[in-house]
Design a protein around this ligand. Structure first.
Ligand code: NAP
Length: 285
């Protein structure tokens, strides 16, 4: 990975931390997209305890805010005129209805709409790299997902966290394949990291009972280091796997995603509608 620049979101904890650390160990230069600069600096320090020569810079990014995404993309464009790899790792899970700064339901907003905008804003820098890749951390939860555009910006009555999470991860999987169709020179893969013992289930977003259940499960699920394996594989494996746009499981095996995730017309409509949503929120493509 020497000579390659990797931008990764959500590197402070869980899967993102171990992905970033291993890529630094393999010689990549890292740009870490974090909500809080001090936490990001602490993450760089943690990476350097394991990899003293790690090349890592921090830039602030809140995927729940268009302005923050645009500022971050601007910084990345300056820091990396040639961006080799983008890893859309950051994500949330929640059962309480809240919206992002731009009015999106939080899970579709942070897990999909934010990474969609960020990826689009970084396309020119990715295209400038000799073999660019985008790795999208999705989830097997997408198998239960449906796309309902009305739910992108409203709770339509009673809010249920899991269907909203599943919808967001279906959108991520569709986006990964559509990106590959529209930009065949950019490798674009989505993945399920496994069920991994991370902080994704937080009590403030999920209630104490779900958070407690998740904590009790921790000894029986994958470690975050193990959960990072597929992201690392897809960022580094040479030659890049075929076909472009493929979905992978936690064993780095190519897998058929859900029937809806294979629907090319749905993927096309999702791309267009998401662009429209962002334009209505003030974004310029
Ligand atoms: N754990 C699992 O079993 C599992 C299963 C399937 C898929 N996944 C996916 O794996 C990815 C990584 O999650 P994880 O399990 O490693 O959980 P995690 O430890 O909670 O990590 C999530 C990361 O996302 C960042 N993040 C959250 N909201 C953000 C925002 N608005 N803007 C920017 N960054 C934000 C967090 O940043 P802070 O440090 O600022 O909080 C954190 O670093 C997610 O996409 C998740 O959906 C996880």
């Amino acid at each position: 990975m020497k000579g390659k620049t990797v931008c990764i979101t959500g590197p402070n904890s869980g899967i993102g931390f171990y992905t970033a650390q291993e890529l630094a160990r393999q010689g990549a230069r890292l740009i870490l997209g974090v909500r809080n600069r001090e936490t990001g600096d602490a993450t760089v320090a943690r990476i350097r305890t394991a990899v003293p020569e790690a090349e890592a810079e921090v830039a602030t990014l809140d995927l729940s805010s268009r302005r923050s995404i645009e500022d971050f993309a601007e910084q990345v464009r300056r820091m990396a005129p040639r961006l080799d790899i983008l890893i859309n790792n950051a994500g949330v899970m929640g059962s309480v209805y809240t919206t992002t700064e731009d009015g999106f339901e939080q899970q579709i907003g942070i897990n999909f709409m934010g990474p969609y905008l960020l990826t689009r804003l970084l396309l020119d820098n990715l295209k400038a790299a000799p073999e660019p890749r985008v790795v999208h951390v999705s989830s097997a939860a997408h198998y239960g997902g449906k796309i309902d555009f009305e739910r992108f910006r409203s709770d339509k009555g009673r809010y249920k966290g899991m269907p909203a999470y599943a919808q967001s991860k279906l959108a991520v999987t569709l986006f990964a394949s559509e990106l590959a169709r529209r930009y065949p020179d950019i490798r674009s893969y989505s993945l399920h990291p496994g069920v991994v013992a991370t902080r994704i289930v937080r009590s403030e977003r999920n209630g104490w009972l779900f958070a407690l259940g998740w904590t009790l499960m921790r000894p029986f699920v994958l470690s975050p280091a193990r959960g990072a394996k597929t992201s690392i594989y897809l960022a580094t494996v040479a030659p890049p796997p075929e076909p472009n746009g493929q979905y992978f499981d936690e064993h780095q095996h190519p897998m058929k995603p859900s029937r809806l995730a294979q629907d090319e017309e749905l993927a096309r409509v999702l791309w267009e509608r998401s662009e429209q949503f962002w334009k209505e929120a003030g974004a310029i493509f």
